[in-house]
Design a protein. Structure first.
Length: 168
């Protein structure tokens, strides 16, 4: 049969309760209170008051002994890995900056659905159309819809057609 792990002696039960009241982290407070209860009751009862089993309480005692009250907070979670690397995002930004080529890309201007297809072909990553918009926003692009222009439009004819005002 194992023996109970000794807790640090530099914190009293009142110190732990005071720390539990002061903290803004609810989980840390919920872990400090059973540790404070260890002084006056058995480990099993203290664990039950904290809503955990004895093994979990023992794990928190180890962390408390090692790091103090700050050891009872949750660590930073890394989160999900990015599906595009920084180099791939930079290449996507370059593609958007250059604009589309009708002969190569088959489109006059980039739309999210077109960029989704390009990302899938170049990088092998599938995104939803809405996420492509979020990705463009992260890269610093804003949604600006230019006035459509036919690829075979002649600039000289357009200028000749424009109405001009006389100088006053």
């Amino acid at each position: 049969m194992g023996s109970a792990v000794k807790m640090r002696a530099d914190y009293t039960a009142d110190d732990l309760r005071r720390a539990a009241r002061r903290t803004k982290d609810v989980r840390q407070s919920r872990r400090l209170l059973p540790l404070a209860a260890v002084a006056g009751m058995s480990r099993e009862e203290a664990a039950r008051t904290g809503g955990m089993d004895r093994q979990t309480l023992r794990d928190w005692v180890h962390r408390f002994n090692e790091l103090g009250p700050d050891g009872l907070t949750d660590g930073h979670r890394a989160g999900r890995n990015q599906r595009l690397s920084a180099e791939q995002k930079a290449e996507l930004a370059r593609i958007v900056e250059q604009g589309s080529d009708l002969a190569v890309d088959g489109v006059v201007r980039w739309r999210r659905v077109d960029l989704k297809r390009v990302i899938e072909q170049r990088f092998g990553v599938t995104f939803h159309e809405r996420y492509v918009g979020k990705l463009l926003k992260q890269l610093g692009f804003t949604h600006v819809s230019a006035r459509p222009r036919h690829p075979a439009q002649d600039g000289e004819i357009v200028e000749a057609y424009k109405k001009t005002s006389r100088a006053r």
